[in-house]
Design a protein around this ligand. Structure first.
Ligand SMILES: C[S@@+](CC[C@H](N)C(=O)[O-])C[C@H]1O[C@@H](n2cnc3c(N)ncnc32)[C@H](O)[C@@H]1O
Length: 218
């Protein structure tokens, strides 16, 4: 039997998930599709935390790196409330991008979310304007590059949320189940060291989902 998290005890994850409000039929359908097709998406408790942060910060210019099929973009945009917010989200996979566009339309959020198809390394430098909230949830081995690319676009006081920084606990123990995962683990650890030493950032590591790093630009 597989466990819910390699780091957090199952009964704690179950408790936290049991305290979440019920998701809409659309979100439950996307969750089920992702489970069936092994498409990664944020854990619902991470989605909830993103919504809380967004509401505390009152963020309105959001950049998401890693759209998947639109689950986290929809969660974020549906918590804007009266805020006049907008999300730019980047996905490299054409099929996922197309499905995200469909899901975002179905959620009635097409005016609040701009999905872009391409490699975030190439797309970010072409973006116009600044962001007050960046959610990074794409290729873990490229996290340091993504960070360096979006950093000039982050406003003072802006938040960065980075998902999967535990990578099943491998980043904590600096172990990897197979050699080809080593680079990814080392790159995530490298990013965390960058955040720790960065004079322009204040960072907190949180044991939620597969690990989150939350930073604020000073
Ligand atoms: C964890 S999934 C995103 C899940 C999404 N945030 C959600 O919760 O619904 C990561 C996505 O990043 C995409 N990705 C990987 N490398 C990328 C890159 N260089 N640029 C843009 N997207 C990338 C993958 O195709 C994948 O769909």
């Amino acid at each position: 039997m597989s466990c819910l998290s390699e780091v957090i005890p199952d009964h704690v994850v179950e408790f936290i998930q049991g305290m979440l409000p019920e998701r809409t039929a659309l979100m439950q359908r996307i969750e089920a599709e992702c489970r069936a097709e092994y498409i990664p998406l944020v854990e619902p408790e991470v989605g909830q935390f993103l919504q809380v942060l967004l509401n505390i910060k009152k963020a309105v210019r959001i950049l998401e790196i890693g759209t998947g099929i639109g689950y986290s973009s929809i969660l974020l945009a549906s918590s804007f409330g009266t805020l006049k917010g907008h999300i730019t989200t980047i996905e490299i996979d054409r099929d996922r991008y197309a499905r995200a566009c469909d899901n975002i339309r179905e959620a009635g959020l097409a005016e609040l979310i701009t999905p872009l198809c391409g490699d975030a390394n190439e797309v970010i430098p072409s973006l116009v304007g600044t962001f007050d909230f960046v959610f990074m949830d794409a290729a873990k081995g490229q996290y340091p590059e993504f960070f360096l690319k979006f950093w000039p676009y982050l406003e003072p006081g802006g938040l960065i949320v980075i998902d999967n920084i535990f990578l099943n606990g491998w980043v904590i123990d600096m172990t990897w189940p197979e050699r080809r995962k080593k680079t990814m683990v080392c790159r995530v650890r490298e990013l965390l060291e960058m955040l720790k030493k960065h004079e322009g950032l204040l960072t907190s590591i949180m044991p939620l989902g597969d690990g989150l790093a939350v930073s604020v630009r000073r």
